[in-house]
Design a binder for this molecule. Sequence first.
Ligand code: TXE
Length: 479
Amino acid sequence: MTIQNYINGQFQDPLENNWIDNYSPANGEIYGKIPSSTTTDVDAAYTAAKQAFPSWSKTTLETRSRILIKISELLEAHIQRFAAAESKDNGKPISLAKAVDIPRAASNFRFFGNAITQFASESHESVGQGAVNYTLRQPIGVVGCISPWNLPLYLFTWKIAPAIAAGNCVVAKPSEVTPMTAYLLGEICNEAGLPKGVLNIVHGLGTSTGQAIVEHKDIKAISFTGGTETGAHIARVAAPMFKKLSLELGGKNPNIIFADCDYNDMLNTTVRSSFANQGQICLCGSRIFVEASIYEQFKKDFVAKVSALKVGHPSEESTNIGALVSKSHLEKVMGYIAIAKEENGTILCGGNKVTVKGYENGYYLEPTVIEVTTDDCRVNQEEIFGPVVTIMPFTTEEEVLEMANKVKYGLSATLWTNNLKRTMQLSNQLQAGIVWVNTWMMRDLRTPFGGVKASGVGREGGFEALRFFTEAKNVCIKY
Ligand code: TXE
């Protein structure tokens, strides 16, 4: 299947006619071609966005809201088609795409369609000076959105929806590894009545298409989710042009388990927080620290549950663990399993490639649990981003807090305990943008989302996203 760029409401081939192969992770075969767009295509997308901006930025909030909610409804109406495309492109189980990815993409449009009608600005009376200040929140203009492959439509729309709700026009690039659902979104936007040029989607490699978006001098803000190194590179390129930047990067999140937690709830959620989406979620709890008094019991129960997960073809409803996203990513993750062995880690379960009958060239890997004896080994410090977790015991709160914070990342942390004092103290001190207590990945779209340290800068979600995609202008009137 060949897909095209979506520029000015129309589907078109890349102007220089270069293409990239698209692989299916489930069987390792090429199943389509995607544009390898260049600066010329990005310029065309920018021009369309620039032309659409004066009208779109003046469109009433009610109209913008109605269009966004219509996009949301159409996504829900086509959930089967989108979920099948996402699963085929990414390797994730179809059940997950149907239950989480596509409903969440629809929620993103519905949420920001509603949020924009509630987005208020401030006013301040300068008492005693006879003046009043009010703050306008004006759309930026043309903005760039660049998203990764792990939650393709979910993260793509998490950026686009607030950007257009706030009155901007967008040049967006999904990951070259998972472009399908972004391509299908173009059709839906036309059907929902989104004016042409408000959203433009260019496909292609990060180093050419993505780079052209970041380098474009008139694209004034970049919202990026992806790897930490890429984020640092984008920051370097964008800094001399004073672009607004939102960077949501990698994580190496601690999952801290105390003996006083609700054990079964913790155990089931920990299986999910470790291996959902093949462990390819920036929020997965990849470092599990367990209080020593329940460590042996946890180890036994956790390994039993993990070993029972079914690795299989993503299109089968019974599959728990699908294929990893690409051959190179599978190799990277397997490289870390080899490193764990060199570092004297003990592989408690998994560690091997899986051959799924009929799909022998697919990128399948067993869910893997590695017991480590020290927290500063590489598998415990570096982002693996696959179905691999480490476990180790701890004895005191101070000890586990120090280990939890001793990584370069700071995206999320999970805490399992029923002790209120401990909950409050650790939540305050954990270096993370998000702390979950007795749950994982429970999301309320109104809350700020993002990380500290090498996990990025800026916050997405709720009014934070609408603030990012607008410029504040204060007007002071002396009366
Ligand atoms: O991501 P990249 P990769 C982590 C994870 C993974 C590692 C690398 O550890 O193993 O990052 O993954 C575009 N200018 N995460 O290499 O390259 C690219 O085309 C502009 C965590 O696949 O960062 C894609 O659209 N854009 C993460 C997007 O950036 C560029 C999710 C992300 O790709 C670019 C994914 C450039 N120079 C990986 N280079 C998370 N936070 O959830 C690439 N891109």
